[in-house]
Design a protein around this ligand. Structure first.
Ligand code: SF4
Length: 326
């Protein structure tokens, strides 16, 4: 927090800080980070990681400090080296490239992203065109599009549905990026169903539990808040959706990487502040934002648990037993 922020503090009285839950890390992010940590423990650095393991600069910096080396392409990885595929998943062509180069690849793709890949493969093999609802250029979308590139088309907004070019309107399946807004996907799905009455797909079901739970938790408190702070990195899809959801409810909302990005001006007149975090943001960053708010004056912290999360994902087989020398 900057010094000016600390000095000026709140205008008056007790500030209420609402903490909607769940927030911060999901099971897929914890699994991906643990994969890199276990590989570093067992093999020592460097452990190469293709792209950010999850979309959070603090997580990446912490792992870099331990010896992870983040690369944007496999051509940056020495032959036969250890490389981890990020939680967002990769196209099959990337797996083939790793095999051609003799790399020791460990897949940290979230199982819920892998499930969407499997659905895309199944639909394409059945002869359907796959309509993927997603944001162009996002790593997860690039990976999913790569499952059946010749049979997949991307749609980002409902108003793009009319222009979609599909081989057979009677044979279409739609899928979704896992970290979108539930409301947005439902709107696009409705437009798809109108244009392709026989389309197969499950509405917003591909949106993962962590994304939809964090959205529901923010929706449950946003009506009481004067300001919503979302802890997350700028490239974190699910974090950005939490900001959008809050703004759509008419409440000021900001994405912050950490407490250092708090802006004093946002807090003027904000008697109730909700603080949440995207699924890739470490819980300690939320604690630090709350501590920064406490440094401005008295606060009352109110935890609002909307859903308890119990989801866990198994590590890849080769990493399941703790210890060195795998
Ligand atoms: S946000 Fe969802 S899809 Fe992404 S890693 Fe977490 S559980 Fe998996």
């Amino acid at each position: 927090m900057d010094r000016e922020l600390r000095r000026e503090g709140p205008a008056t009285g007790l500030r209420r800080v609402l903490l909607p839950a769940p927030r911060s890390f999901c099971a897929g992010v914890e699994r991906a980070i643990e994969i890199v940590e276990r590989l570093l423990d067992r093999h020592g650095p460097p452990v190469y990681v293709r792209n950010q393991i999850v979309h959070n600069t603090h997580v990446v910096a912490d792992l870099e400090a331990r010896g992870a080396v983040f690369v944007s392409g496999l051509d940056e990885v020495p032959e036969r080296a250890l490389v981890v595929f990020s939680a967002h998943g990769v196209a099959p062509e990337v797996e083939r490239e790793a095999a051609r180069r003799g790399l020791d690849a460990v897949d940290a793709t979230c199982p819920l992203v892998a499930k969407v890949h499997a659905e895309a493969k199944r639909a394409a093999e059945a002869g359907d065109t796959v309509v993927l609802i997603g944001h162009e250029g996002h790593e997860e979308v690039v990976g999913t599009m790569g499952v059946a590139p010749e049979r997949t088309v991307l749609v980002g907004h409902a108003d793009e549905v009319a222009a979609l070019d599909v081989a057979d309107p009677g044979r279409v399946t739609f899928l979704s990026q896992t970290t979108l807004s539930v409301a947005e996907v439902e709107g696009i799905a409705a437009a798809l169903k109108e244009r392709f009455p026989q389309i197969k797909g499950q509405g917003a079901e591909d949106i993962c539990y962590a994304t939809s739970n964090r959205q529901a938790a923010v929706a449950a408190v946003v009506g009481e808040a004067d300001l919503v702070l979302v802890v997350g990195s700028a490239n974190s899809s699910n974090s950005n959706r939490l900001v959008e959801l809050s703004r759509a409810a008419g409440v000021a909302a900001h994405l912050v990487e950490d407490a250092g990005q708090l802006d004093r001006a946002w807090l003027d007149g904000a008697a109730t502040v909700a603080v949440t975090a995207g699924a890739s943001a470490p819980p300690r960053l939320v604690d630090e934002v709350v501590a920064a708010l406490a440094a401005l004056g008295p606060i009352e912290v109110v935890e609002r648990v909307v859903t308890e999360e119990t989801q866990e994902f198994l590590l890849p087989q080769r990493l399941r037993s703790p210890g060195r020398g795998a």
